[in-house]
Design a protein around this ligand. Structure first.
Ligand code: NDP
Length: 524
């Protein structure tokens, strides 16, 4: 460790305009796992590459598996080379980072392992001057979240801020999804975490919030004068939020059986998108101001009585089919899946937000696996203009092609924004055709957007909780999702898992679900 402290640190070069961040040690629990290798450490390298990590920064991996420290470092460096958005990597930056990666073996429930961790952290504090600034990242399966939190508290690794203190907390904890399995378990987990940490110290991560377009929702809405006056029930017909995946469960059938699309996608990512698109302007960009506004929206969602759940939701399950010319099995044939499983790989849900701005505007949410492509978007569909003027023309085609305006926020891939509007087709006849105005991030700003984890880790290291989810947000989102799940459970006949062929846009019944409101799903 002394050796590492004496290294001239190239990470310091190029500290950006946001200023040098505080020294910090990141402790990752579950450091032998997929998330650490594929996402976290490459994202940390990217930050280092751009000079955005603190000059004094170390990573301590904690896991049950035995690992030789040198081999652990080498393995992570290999992953950085494979996954970093910078290619080739800068060897001196990577070497400097690697020299400050440590490994602590131990069971997650063993107090001695935490005592050993504490000694190691104290030594790093002495060597690097990190002064108790610690970020604990719980990147294990959720079964371990409570015990890790409890052991951190019981072994003196966490200092709670004094009540009313405005000082930034010395330690924070990052908790991965899934955040609970139901409203009840989310409440239990919140209770466990808040026994050890103050709410200000808890960073519940949802990587969707680290995506550029998601952050851009607020900029689009509140930094442009033209949209906000139209952003309400007077002008908006409905909103569609779509998260489509082309992958199936990819060998994780056992996990997915206990989750399903509602828990895996809708409760977290999609409810966050809904909250951001529907919230009122916050009074400031302070984290609590923004999170308060999101909570107000979630609280205003019309409660769903369990016996009404089947009417406002629909579930589906992929059957065998063809993806990119390859035959793929149906969900019921996947390993780890019960032959009579009702777990949804597709869900469509209609919600209403009962407030002044959104009264009467349905929000349609849909997500599914094995859909034709990987995409996520929010589409704001405006009301159709009065057709009187063009309908009055003798040219009947003009009237039939008059389509409502749609504003689409593309979250992935090809992050960007487009607006559909009507334009006259050149020529002597009055033909009207929908056209698209398109802004795409890559084309306009050139550089590849940072990975979501990069942004979120940067904020966590700098103590900014804006893009993390507060405990009450998760509970409100769960209360909606729980009611639907309960309704399905109570009335499985009323909520069959409609099969859909892999590679199609969900079950035909889903088209009927929206068509009975006189609307259509967008073909993204
Ligand atoms: P892994 O399954 O790879 O597990 C991470 C580590 O946790 C393992 O290497 C293992 O380390 C330890 N572990 C695994 N199973 C158990 C168990 N039953 N009991 C105790 N420890 C166990 O998970 P990921 O890295 O994929 O994900 C970590 C967390 O991040 C999860 O909560 C996941 O939902 C979330 N997440 C992951 C994403 C990803 O891309 N992978 C994306 C979004 C969220 P050891 O045995 O050495 O202690």
């Amino acid at each position: 460790m002394n050796q590492s402290s004496s290294i001239t640190n190239p990470l310091r070069e190029g500290i950006n305009a946001r200023g040098a961040p505080e020294p910090c040690v990141l402790v990752i629990f579950g450091a032998t796992g997929d998330l650490t290798k594929r996402k976290l450490v490459p994202a940390l390298y990217n930050l280092a590459h751009e000079g955005q990590l603190p000059a004094s920064f170390a990573i301590v991996g904690f896991a049950r598996s035995e690992r030789d420290e040198a081999a652990f470092r080498a393995e992570l460096c290999d992953w950085v080379k494979k996954k970093s958005r910078f290619s080739p990597v800068n060897d001196s930056v990577l070497d400097a980072m690697a020299s400050r990666i440590f490994f602590q073996q131990g069971r997650y429930d063993d107090p001695q392992a935490y005592q050993a961790l504490a000694s190691r952290l104290n030594q790093i504090d002495k060597d690097l001057g990190t002064a108790w600034h610690r970020l604990f990242y719980i990147a294990t399966p959720p079964s371990e979240f409570p015990v890790i939190s409890e052991q951190l508290g019981a072994n003196g690794l966490v200092t709670r801020p004094q009540p009313g203190s405005t000082e930034p907390p010395l330690q924070r904890v990052i908790v991965e999804k899934p955040f609970g399995h139901s409203l009840e378990t989310a409440r239990e987990l919140n209770a466990v975490l808040t026994r050890v940490f103050d709410e200000r110290q808890i960073l519940r991560i949802d990587h969707y919030l680290g995506k550029e377009t998601v952050q851009n929702i607020m900029v689009l809405r509140f930094a442009n004068e033209i949209f906000e006056p139209l952003w309400n029930a007077k002008y908006v017909d409905h909103v569609q939020i779509t998260v489509a995946e082309s992958l199936g469960v990819e060998g994780r059938g056992g996990y997915y059986e206990g989750a399903g699309a509602m828990r895996d996608m809708l409760q977290n990512h999609m409810m966050q998108l809904l909250a951001l698109v529907a919230m009122e302007p916050p009074t400031s960009l302070e984290p609590e101001g923004i999170r308060d506004e999101k909570v107000k929206v979630l609280r205003a969602i019309r409660p769903i009585a369990s016996d009404r759940a089947c009417g406002c939701s629909l579930r589906g399950q992929y059957a065998r089919g063809s993806m990119m010319g390859q035959e793929v099995p149906g969900y019921l044939d996947e390993k780890g899946v019960a032959r009579d499983s009702l777990t949804e790989t597709y869900v469509a849900l209609k919600l209403h937000i009962d407030n002044w701005r959104w009264a009467g505007v349905p929000f349609y949410l849909r997500t599914g696996k094995r859909l034709p492509k990987q995409t996520a978007e929010i589409a704001i569909q405006f009301k159709a203009p009065p057709a009187v003027l063009f309908a009055a023309q003798s040219n009947r085609r003009a009237a039939t092609t008059l389509q409502p305006n749609v504003l689409v926020l593309r979250i992935q891939p090809d992050e960007g924004i487009s607006i559909r509007m009507n334009a006259k087709v050149p020529g002597t006849a009055l033909n009207i055709q929908p056209v698209k105005m398109d802004f795409d991030y890559g084309g306009t700003f050139g550089a590849r957007s940072p990975d979501a984890y990069e942004r979120l880790l940067f904020d966590a290291i700098n103590g900014d909780s804006t893009l993390f989810i507060r405990g009450d947000e998760t509970e409100h989102a769960w209360s909606i999702v729980d009611a639907v799940l309960q309704g399905w459970k109570n009335d499985p006949q009323g909520a069959p898992a409609y099969p859909y062929e892999s590679g199609t846009w969900g079950p035909p019944e889903a088209d009927e679900f929206i068509r009975r409101d006189g609307r259509e799903w967008r073909r993204t």
